[in-house]
Design a protein around this ligand. Sequence first.
Ligand code: DX5
Ligand code: ZN
Length: 218
Amino acid sequence: MRIAPSILSADFTKLASEIARVDEAGAGQLHLDVMDGHYVPNLTFGPMVVSAVRECTSLPLDVHLMIEHADRWVEAFMDAGADMIAVHPETLYHPHLVLSSIRKRGKKAGLALNPGFSFSTIEALLPLADYAIIMSVNPGWGGQKFIEGSFERVRELRRVADAAGTELSIEIDGGMSAERIPMAAEAGVDVVIAGSAVFKAEDPASVLRDMLLAATEA
Ligand code: DX5
Ligand code: ZN
């Protein structure tokens, strides 16, 4: 299991050193939340910040697009250095085309799935996805409360993917902490995304090490 700190909760006045310390502490990838003030009420950053982050680390960059018209932006985020791009399928008229265009450039294509989103609508897209993000909060902000039942959704998605014969890496995003790592491991989560639990802590590196330890012990 890998841990992916979400920079949404980092101190942006010293982003480079915030990234360096989670990198050194064993982060498996970095999670970057792009929000447009339309699809979600919050507004964050665009490709410029992604390319600045690219300069700071060689960790895989997982760019989570919470935006309308994601199809118009995926190329720019790949140019900026994203290794993985996750889109919310309900934001796209042509999700098949968008996932394919991400893969065509050798990047990993992901589906971000909101609480309550029905997996039956995306079965045909699964063969085009390398990973899925199960949202364990409604997207928009860091520091929200974990929605109970989200691990059951991880199991359900795994069943759907297995039935479709698709290998899928499953990430969980929102309200995650070290205490929930054993449950995540039991549910078959491959990547735990954690924002506030890591970056709002007094010592992010030690929280990250605790999470990694919990993952190895699970
Ligand atoms: C929420 C974002 C998350 C967020 C997680 O819309 O997609 O990635 O950064 O933050 P925490 O871990 O604080 O819930
Ligand atoms: Zn996210």
